[in-house]
Write a protein that binds this ligand. Sequence first.
Ligand code: SF4
Ligand code: SF4
Length: 312
Amino acid sequence: MYRIRFHGRGGQGMKTASRILGTAFFLEGFEVQDAQRYGAERRGAPIFAYVRASREPIKERGIIQRPDLVIVADDTLLLIDAPGVLKGMTPQSVLLLNSEEEPKMWKDRLNFSGAVFALPDVQDLKEPTEQLHIGTVCAAAGARFVGVISQKTLKQAIQDELDILGNQIVEENLEQALRVYDLMEAYAGKIKPSSEPAVADYPDPAWIEMPYEDARISAPAIHAAATSLKNPTGLWRTLRPVIDYDRCHRCSSICSTFCPENAISVNENGYPQIDYQHCKGCLLCMEQCPHHAIESSLEHTKTLESDKGDEI
Ligand code: SF4
Ligand code: SF4
């Protein structure tokens, strides 16, 4: 059986990736499961999706515990524990990343014993004016790694899954997917089907000692103020609001009032300033600005230098 997990952020198309790969396997005659898991259903929050595919009936259920391949659309997820990107990975598992960093750097940093590979530069997969369809790109890379999905089948699966979005979107997705499929030809068949883990492969449940704790310690309580500042929710962002100060009329209250994260402050000259450490990229400010002074840009095209916000 093939066990493949996709990790990304809400809005990046991980659900679509698992749908496309699942459909492609199905068209090749496999039995398939594909499912998605969301935490908070909001843009930018970590999500994962997974696909099982086998020539035999699949009896395994639930979240994939021992993945053969994990594909990560956003490498910032590797820096936090909660998304569980490495959960259940073994030395035989393969990690495929969308990252500007070298795979070796991630292998060392994560102390990961399996193989790590990177997608080709994803910005080169699209025309400058096009949106990057990273979910479809990840699905195509997965199809290439398993080596049992033909280009024709991949095309059909993309058309079947995205037809509802119209011709132009389908064409963009097809171009990007087929480009990555061709570029990754050398990786065809790197993932082999693995057998079902035996019960003995899982650690025995151990007795957990629960020491008595005074309620003041064991009950959930926040004892200090302003701790949310320590949570850099800007990591969730896939799209970044950018203020065009030539168009801004300094109406001040509109964008800053609507920002649900309180991430827009007004400086002494009356100009709004975005705190990119805490802006999660919902783009409500862009929708509300009456002078269209806020635009969105892809997060990965911006440098960390500008995270402190624009000075004006
Ligand atoms: S809502 Fe628009 S015009 Fe008003 S302060 Fe914000 S960016 Fe400027
Ligand atoms: S996109 Fe705009 S409204 Fe949303 S969190 Fe960022 S600054 Fe606030």
